[in-house]
Design a protein around this ligand. Structure first.
Ligand code: CP3
Length: 351
């Protein structure tokens, strides 16, 4: 158990001394030290060097005082290990050499055994948990978001090819998302076995789907992943962007924490998720570019809306943007940690 276990307690909706806070993409280009390391190594090379990767993971915890570390990696790391040739292009994102469109291509994907093909990732986790005083979050891309890159061939605006596959070749879609779901479940369990104390699934682009498509083409597969993670004692955080219309479905899937973006007030989103799930997120990543007082007002608004509800994990509604001023991130951590959640809870309980 790490010294500071606020995140794990909040994920289980237990009382905490301070609201836990961390940031998605807390390691990255906004840090001069990260930019320096990137002059020597590509992103994928960082992931193959456990000592460098552990240092990049650890850095934001020291600099910002956040309550969790997130393993430095990318959602495409295990996909590459399944045999897909790809490149992570700066300013664009993942680009796939041969987009997947046929059953033959799906069947050529190798199952992932991280201990064999990604031993450096597990080694990084082991190095980190020896030294960290906060929980280490392992992660994977959710099958829809991974499939969207694989089928479209790269980032997409309208997701035409992936939706075409769902509706026009449902057997190919089922084969693809089944393999990805098995990979994600196995990979998350291996990360927990190596020492991660919580795991997060990033379904960044699933907000593009209608409720009907989500329930038919995604939810049953997310259920399989949640069931796999539930065999460990690590809480599962389930995150997506633009998912206001999907939150009720996402909450039906097992998983301890549901991530919310910034588009809707957090208390309204939480009402649809229900009180038996913890909630993470909600600050607009662009609020970090506002003057200090305006930023603080946004943070305090979120804290006021969640006061009295056990299970709040403070985070952004999406990842830290590359130009973000570090002082703004530090200010958010200080404001979140300055409150005393126990007092608000006692008040609510007395009621
Ligand atoms: O949060 C963390 O600090 C851990 C590291 C992390 C990275 N990628 C490193 C990275 C995590 C959790 C991810 C997940 C990821 N990767 C997602 C899901 C989260 C999200 O933001 O929605 C997605 C969609 C990807 C795919 C991807 N990789 C994109 C869209 C990009 C950005 C391309 C760009 O240049 O703008 C990447 C590259 C990437 N992955 C960077 C980092 C720090 C950018 C910096 C770099 O190239 O060094």
């Amino acid at each position: 158990m790490p010294k500071n276990d606020r995140l794990l307690r909040a994920a289980r909706r237990q009382p905490v001394d301070r609201i836990p806070v961390w940031f998605m993409r807390q390691a990255g280009r906004y840090q001069p030290e990260y930019r320096q390391i990137r002059k020597q190594y590509t992103l994928m090379e960082i992931c193959r060097h456990p000592d460098v990767c552990a240092e990049v993971t650890h850095m934001p915890v020291r600099q910002l005082g956040v309550d969790a570390a997130i393993l430095f990696s990318d959602i495409m790391v295990p996909v590459e290990a399944m045999g897909v040739r790809l490149e992570i292009r700066e300013g664009t994102g993942p680009v796939i050499e041969q987009p997947i469109r046929s059953l033959n291509q799906v069947e050529a994907l190798r199952p992932l055994v991280a201990a064999e093909s990604l031993p450096h990732v597990l080694e990084t986790i082991r190095l980190l948990v020896r030294d960290l005083e906060v929980p280490l979050i392992g992660f994977a891309g959710a099958p829809f978001t991974l499939a969207s890159y694989l089928v479209e061939g790269g980032p997409s605006r309208n997701y035409v090819k992936v939706k075409q596959m769902m509706h026009g070749a449902p057997e190919v879609w089922d084969a693809l998302i089944s393999r990805l779901s098995a990979m994600v479940g196995d990979y998350l369990v291996e990360q927990v076995q190596a020492g991660c104390q919580a795991v997060q699934v990033f379904d960044s682009w699933v907000g593009q789907l209608s409720v009907r498509d989500y329930q038919r083409f995604v939810q049953p597969y997310m259920d399989r992943i949640a069931a796999r993670v539930a065999t460990t004692d690590a809480p599962l955080i389930h995150f997506g962007v633009g998912t206001g219309h999907l939150l009720a479905s996402m909450a039906q899937i097992g998983g301890d924490v549901v991530g919310v973006d910034w588009r809707e007030p957090i208390d309204q989103a939480w009402d649809r998720i229900g009180p038996d799930r913890a909630v993470q997120g909600n600050l607009d990543p662009v609020a970090l570019f506002a003057p200090a007082e305006a930023l603080e007002a946004e943070v305090r608004d979120i804290l006021a809306r969640t006061a009295g509800r056990p299970g709040h994990i403070f985070n952004l509604g999406h990842g830290v943007l590359p130009e973000t001023p570090m002082d703004a991130l530090k200010r958010v951590v200080d404001v979140v940690h300055s409150g005393d959640p126990a007092r608000t809870w006692k008040r609510v309980i007395k009621h």
